[in-house]
Design a protein around this ligand. Sequence first.
Ligand SMILES: [Cu+2]
Length: 198
Amino acid sequence: MTRPVRRGWLVGALVLTVGLLVGSVAWVAANGGRPGDGVAATSVSRAGGHLRGTSSEVPDLPGAVVHVTLSDMGGGMMGGRRAAMGGAMWLRTDTSAVPAGTVSFVAANLGTEDHELVVLPLAPGQDAGARAVQADGTVDETGSLGEASRSDGAGAGDGIEPGTSGWVTLNLAPGRYEVVCNVAGHYAAGMYAEVTVA
Ligand SMILES: [Cu+2]
């Protein structure tokens, strides 16, 4: 009476075990079998989603990747007052030099207000941080090579909201570039950094 029941249970357990084994082998084949791709995508999204402290899932971006941190002191003051203080905001890159060609920028906003990333050329002899600030608190974007100003997305948008990332992929010729946040008052408050493309 008990034996057939027990055998049935054993067969069921065996089928389940084999099924799990086949399933995990199939999963490894599907996810671990691609050389490089899956691993790269995972590490990049980790960089965007965890290490950089934002919720955005950053895709696998082509070329050399420059991670940029955008931040501010918070505290709820208006941009104009903060700009007048100077140095209350910052823009940092994890590298100051990349090879020419395809370059992707990932901008993580760790601050308390919207920021953005604009890539501008630097003329020979021109220093980062030395652009004239216009009456509206921005700097001239003439010659811009592109920008990341969208929350959780690529390219231009309405600003990168706090706790999110934006990104952009550009083709850069050798030269010196200045990456800036051109929200009114932010350049004057310290949001710029130099990147050399060689
Ligand atoms: Cu900013």
